[in-house]
Write a protein that binds this ligand. Structure first.
Ligand code: GUN
Length: 280
């Protein structure tokens, strides 16, 4: 049985971070110390893991990192005050407020308050608008990471039928826009989509960003399709698992990303690139 080629996100992300590290070193020679500020509110365990990883990435790239861990009962005003302070600090280049925020804080208010020039997630409406129109300075980390993986493996989306499953502001919507910008024909599927399996079966490239373990099964995938798994689901046994049923789908796909070790590390590598891009 032929197996899909594994798209090695860990390997590609390492190369991206090595390039970032070189650029960081040359900035440092000029007396510029690229620095990312990460804000976490409360103690969501998944958020804690992500924030720790980002700190580690900064270290690997020689980049400065500042962590602001605020208690769960932080008020929106207090968080806005911190964002303002970070906006105004010359020694802070990028600002990332880890989501989700506690329910009493309006996420949109916080995102809107981050200076668009320091918004390394590219979540601010001004940056979202630039992604829509083209010519953005930085791209949202996960979708941009997916595009870099496709490029690294010589997969050209031009003219291809692409199906994005999921329409979140963080992944699904911007993913569709980036594929469209590369001349793909894009279908966005979601919870209200009719005949979803049929649409996925038609796709040359599938990007699964649903947030449901093993949602995409082999019977839904066309022979030879490229399957990108953005899902990170924690199973009851503690194991991480994507949105794609890897075992079965890898026997039909031509390329597939594993979880972990696929899209996740690329998301973080793009964050490092974006932090540098704030300086340019
Ligand atoms: N929570 C889950 N994904 C993300 C992300 O890409 N950025 C931020 N800030 N929070 C997240």
């Amino acid at each position: 049985m032929k197996m899909a080629q594994i798209i090695d996100g860990k390997l590609i992300s390492k190369k991206v971070k090595e390039d970032v590290a070189k650029e960081v070193a040359s900035y440092k020679e000029k007396g510029i110390n690229p620095t990312l500020a990460v804000v976490i509110v409360g103690d969501n365990p998944a958020s804690r893991v992500y924030v720790n990883s980002k700190k580690k990435d900064c270290e690997e790239c020689g980049m400065g990192s500042l962590e602001y861990a605020m208690p769960e009962d932080t008020t929106e005003e207090e968080l806005l005050a911190l964002v303002n302070e970070l906006n105004n600090r010359d020694d802070v280049n990028g600002i990332l407020v880890q989501l989700p925020l506690p329910k009493h804080i309006n996420e949109d208010s916080i995102i809107n308050a981050i200076s668009p020039e320091k918004d390394v997630d590219a979540f601010h409406p001004q940056n979202v608008g630039r992604i829509m129109l083209g010519g953005a300075k930085f791209l949202p980390c996960t979708p941009a990471g997916v595009m870099e993986l496709l490029d690294a493996y010589g997969i050209d989306p031009q003219g291809k039928d692409c199906v994005v499953i999921g329409r979140s502001n963080i992944v699904g919507k911007p993913m569709a826009l980036l594929l469209l910008a590369r001349n793909a024909t894009v279908t966005v599927c979601h919870s209200k989509t009719q005949n979803l399996a049929e649409k996925v079966r038609n796709a040359d490239i599938v990007v699964a960003a649903v947030g449901r373990a093993n949602f995409v099964t082999a019977d839904m995938v066309k022979e030879g399709a490229v399957v990108i798994d953005v899902g990170i689901n924690r199973l009851e046994n503690g194991k991480l698992c994507g949105d794609v049923e890897f075992e079965g789908v890898s026997k039909k796909a031509s390329f597939i990303t594993p979880v972990p070790g696929g899209v996740g590390p690329m998301t973080r590598a793009v964050l490092m690139k974006n932090t540098l891009a704030t300086i340019k």
